[in-house]
Design a protein around this ligand. Structure first.
Ligand SMILES: Cc1cc2nc3c(=O)[nH]c(=O)nc-3n(C[C@H](O)[C@H](O)[C@H](O)COP(=O)(O)OP(=O)(O)OC[C@H]3O[C@@H](n4cnc5c(N)ncnc54)[C@H](O)[C@@H]3O)c2cc1C
Ligand SMILES: NC(=O)c1ccc[n+]([C@@H]2O[C@H](COP(=O)([O-])OP(=O)(O)OC[C@H]3O[C@@H](n4cnc5c(N)ncnc54)[C@H](OP(=O)(O)O)[C@@H]3O)[C@@H](O)[C@H]2O)c1
Length: 426
């Protein structure tokens, strides 16, 4: 008996519940997609629980993006359902403004995620017809396991959950600073340095531009090809223009027109080492998920030679990089702007709806609903506008079942009351 008391004493969590049954869905991730799904469910009157591994909402935006970041698309394509951006926001809100908007969004819809709780596994239990979602809860240095049991599971962990760290020969011997773009804040600390930026997506281009603006000398690695488009064409957002054209014209024709317009505005980008892919920008985005670069000034720095475009990397050695063309560059630091990936396969025990790459197998607009109450929000490769459309569809789907079941439940309760009343009259 004494031993038992000692055991209870040592384990302060002994009386803490280790699992709970959730009335409604579990939403994994409190980024824009998770928040949008939560807000839409709230409107349908469906209760939910949001679980988030970080200690804040929109952790990608708050903790893993650089200071000068602005939305690349006009604000009307980036606002979440049911609450527009404040009217005084500029056409392209800054990162800070976007975060403030998301915070007011969460407050407006009274969304209170469970922070510091990372989902470790989720599996559907066929016998009970419930999802079993296991999490690791961090309280200071203390970690405890918890389990949610629920009928619906909404995956909103994002297309950019983990950073891609390439395995390049000799990188461990390089000796200087090596960071991923998700840890890059500003070029301030690279002043006067020669920096190798690996990758030429939107991150690589913007990090290179920022380094120039802070008197560093960036060399940007372009190992294959890239579509660079102007952010605006003759005063109109390129994205908006493409969306309008897509209403009337086939995708291949819109792609051709976009490339002609890009050439008129930017000229031939190939002569600066930026080879264009053979597939058009929209088709490439749809089929491979590769986002075109929307230029916001890097191209000008490439033309002027402030950003040095270099081919792929052969290997690193101490303080140096050797390129595939045999050229060797002395460098001080490396920024890996090598992209991101989904982390769904690492925790979701399911192989029918989600593919090995962590995206739903079915393409937009089909990839939001799986079987047995499984949903995906924010995996459309269409940024924030895709996340919003997923959220509305999911909430409507769950809301319909929820209301129907509640109606049935009420009917049954009234019938039982009536039976009780009529019985008590005898
Ligand atoms: C630098 C950068 C700039 C971008 N700019 C734009 C833009 O201008 N316009 C646009 O439309 N898109 C942009 N994007 C794309 C961006 O992914 C979306 O805008 C948006 O953040 C997607 O929201 P999300 O909620 O789907 O994913 P995220 O914002 O990534 O949120 C997912 C959340 O899930 C949490 N999570 C992950 N795994 C777990 C787990 N196992 N357990 C619990 N929680 C977990 C994460 O901590 C995170 O908070 C940008 C992306 C990057 C990297
Ligand atoms: N303001 C904005 O809106 C903004 C800003 C930044 C990012 N974003 C978004 O965030 C998402 C991620 O963008 P991102 O630029 O971080 O990633 P990304 O678009 O996936 O680009 C990754 C880049 O890294 C290169 N790369 C990967 N491994 C490499 C290696 N071993 N050697 C050389 N190059 C390598 C890729 O080359 P290959 O093409 O040859 O594979 C590609 O150029 C995108 O959706 C993007 O639009 C938006």
């Amino acid at each position: 008996m004494e031993n038992l008391f000692r055991l209870v004493d040592q384990d302060q969590d002994f009386f803490q519940p280790k699992w709970t049954l959730v009335n409604g869905p579990i939403i994994v991730g409190a980024g824009p997609s998770g928040l949008a799904a939560a807000a839409c469910l709230k409107e349908q009157g469906v209760p939910f629980v949001v679980v988030e591994r970080a200690d804040c909402i929109a952790s990608l935006w708050q903790k893993r993006t650089y200071d000068r970041l602005k939305l690349h698309l006009p604000k009307q394509f980036c606002q979440l359902p049911k609450l527009p951006f404040p009217e005084d926001y500029p056409e392209y809100p800054t990162k800070r403004q976007f975060i403030e908007y998301l915070e007011s969004y969460a407050k407006h819809f009274d969304i209170n995620p469970k922070f510091n709780e990372c989902v470790q596994s989720a599996r559907y239990d066929e016998t009970s017809g419930f999802w079993r979602v296991k999490t690791l809860v961090s309280t200071g240095s203390n970690k405890t396991e918890f389990e949610y049991i629920c009928r619906w599971l909404i995956v909103a962990t994002g297309e950019n959950a983990e950073s891609v760290m390439p395995d390049i020969e000799g990188l461990s011997e390089f000796g200087g600073d090596v960071i991923h773009a998700c840890d890059y804040k500003s070029g301030e600390k690279f002043k006067g340095q020669k920096v190798l930026v690996v990758g030429c997506g939107n991150s690589g281009m913007e990090v290179s531009l920022d380094l120039c603006n802070h008197n560093a000398s960036p060399s940007m690695v372009v190992r294959s090809s890239v579509h660079v488009l102007p952010r605006e064409i003759f005063g109109k957002s390129t994205f908006e223009l493409a969306v309008s054209m897509m209403k009337w014209l086939p995708l291949w024709l819109v792609d051709k027109l976009m490339l002609i317009l890009a050439w008129l505005v930017l000229g031939n980008t190939e002569k600066y080492g930026l080879k264009r892919p053979s597939t058009g920008p929209l088709e490439l985005k749809n089929t491979k998920g590769k986002t075109p670069v929307l230029d916001i000034g890097a191209l000008e720095k490439i033309r002027s030679g402030d950003i040095n475009v270099v081919p792929g990397i052969k290997r690193f050695s101490r303080g140096q990089v050797e390129l595939v063309n045999g050229e060797k560059l002395e460098i001080d630091s490396v920024v890996l702007a090598t992209g991101y990936r989904s982390n769904v396969p690492s925790w979701l025990e399911e192989g029918e709806f989600f593919g090995k790459n962590g995206y739903p197998k079915a393409q937009f607009p089909q990839g939001w609903k799986g079987k047995a109450g499984l949903y995906a929000a924010g995996f459309t490769r269409r940024g924030l506008s895709g996340a919003s459309s997923d959220a509305m569809r999911i909430a409507h789907d769950i809301g319909t079942v929820w209301k129907e079941e509640n109606k049935q439940l009420k009917k049954r309760t009234i019938a039982r009351h009536r039976r009780c009343i009529s019985l008590s009259q005898f």
